[in-house]
Design a binder for this molecule. Structure first.
Ligand SMILES: *Cc1c(COP(=O)(O)O)cnc(C)c1O
Length: 426
């Protein structure tokens, strides 16, 4: 029999690791829908501002409902702290701006979320330069690192390229050069892998996706794994915060850019995420199983030219999936190529259950044509480097009965074949 000193499983942890801490015993986490907190004395508010006593002053800086979400995310990823943000994009931006200054470089893969690629372009005028590496192996990454490089950033499962990175090898390469590894784990979630345990120093999520569960709020979160020692030589920009040693990142994040830009999460959205989190384990199990079945089915479908899904044994990163991910889970996202943009549009237009939506990680199955939406602002070569083609459809598989989803795609593919001109297939 399992005893209490043994680690609980992920589903037990999701439900019990952090209590509600409510004096009335409320089953749900109370929503502190307030911008500020009143205190009985000026001395007390002074002590809170100075960080001498715990407490809350202003919801941009801290709020009990948001803190409950942060505690849950830190616990799930095994980090020392978590900081919630208004969006996943805010989480990426705040993480980078906390440690970078003008003249710095970051080494990143080409196959990233389109919004993150847009952010790298936005950072150029501030003197922060992204160096792209196509095949993101530790050797190639190390070759791209220069004295100006301050971090290696990657998505665990690239969205929408669906390449999987080797976290331990990348972490070794980064650490040999005195810099941290940042992993955006949005598409994996802590149910599939914990990048911090594999060697990442900071883990980011767009919690707008699987963590929230059914697309009810935009949000992001940054988890500080607390293992990296920030050197004065490379990270002088972090100033006084360096005295907190392995806690320096969180100290600087919460005490400067994140706070001063005002990238805070809304209490109501923290509450929605807390509710979603309880079912993350069972949802990911079901979603990954559905995705594997749909990928297997479409792979043998005459109307589909190719299927990209990390769970398929012929996927180039399949060994990394086996080594790093929870057994039997390879994520809920796959892409298919159907031969032409016209046919891709026709398939999307003929789907009944799969919704034409530009995000991922919902309880419902979602499809999108990335080339004409998320990658509209990218050049042809940027698109192809990110694994985006004119005939590509991205599918974020949901929790429906898989027979219904398979039938939905079968019907849409036949209807598209009937209406799409043959010359499109060239
Ligand atoms: C959606 C997404 C983001 C951006 O998150 P938002 O919450 O939409 O701002 C960042 N990274 C990945 C991998 C994403 O899928």
């Amino acid at each position: 029999m399992k005893n209490y000193s043994q680690k609980p499983g992920i589903n037990t942890k999701l439900l019990h690791a952090v209590g509600t801490d409510d004096r009335y015993g409320s089953r749900g986490v109370p929503i502190y829908q307030t911008s500020a907190f009143a205190h009985s004395t000026a001395e007390e508010l002074e002590a809170i501002f100075a960080g001498k006593i715990p407490g809350f002053a202003y919801s941009r800086i801290g709020n009990p409902t948001i803190e409950q979400f942060e505690k849950r995310m830190a616990s799930l990823e095994g980090g020392i702290s978590a900081t919630a943000c208004s969006s996943g994009s805010a989480a990426v931006a705040c993480t980078l701006l906390t440690i970078l200054k003008s003249g710095d470089e970051i080494v990143v893969p080409t196959g990233l979320y389109g919004g993150t690629l847009d952010l790298f372009r936005d950072l150029e005028p501030f003197g922060i330069h992204a160096v792209f590496v196509d095949d993101f192996t530790a050797d190639n990454v190390e070759a791209a690192i220069t004295p100006a490089t301050k971090t290696v950033f990657a998505e665990l499962i690239g969205n929408p390229k669906l390449n999987v990175v080797d976290v331990a090898a990348l972490s070794d390469a980064a650490h040999r050069n005195g810099i941290p590894l940042i992993i955006d784990s949005t598409t994996a979630t802590p149910v599939i892998a914990k990048p911090g345990e594999l060697g990442a120093d900071i883990v980011i999520h767009s919690s707008s996706k699987y963590i929230n569960s059914n697309g009810s709020a935009i949000s992001g979160v940054i988890i500080d794994c607390g293992n990296f020692l920030w050197s004065d030589e490379k990270f002088g920009v972090m100033g006084d915060c360096l005295k907190y040693k392995k806690g320096a990142f969180t100290a600087r994040l919460r005490g400067s850019l994140w706070r001063d830009i005002g990238a805070c999460l809304a209490p109501m959205n923290a509450y929605l995420n807390i509710n979603g989190l309880e079912t993350l384990g069972v949802r990911m199990e079901r979603i990954c199983a559905n995705a594997a079945l749909l990928a297997g089915h479409l792979k043998n479908h005459p109307g589909v030219l190719c299927v990209n899904y990390p769970g398929l044994t012929d996927h180039p990163d399949h060994l990394l999936v086996q080594r790093q991910f929870t057994s039997g889970m390879a994520g809920g996202i796959l892409t298919i190529r159907v031969g032409s943009k016209n046919k891709a549009f026709s398939v999307i237009n003929n789907l009944k259950y799969a919704l034409n939506i530009s995000n991922i990680g919902d309880t419902k199955t979602l499809v999108v044509h990335p080339a004409s939406t998320i990658f509209l602002h990218s050049s042809q070569s940027e698109r192809e480097a990110a694994g985006v083609y004119d005939d590509l459809i991205r599918i974020s598989v949901g929790m429906e009965d898989i027979d219904d989803i398979i039938a939905d795609f079968d019907r849409a593919l036949s209807a598209a074949d009937a209406t799409t001109n043959d010359t499109d297939f060239e």
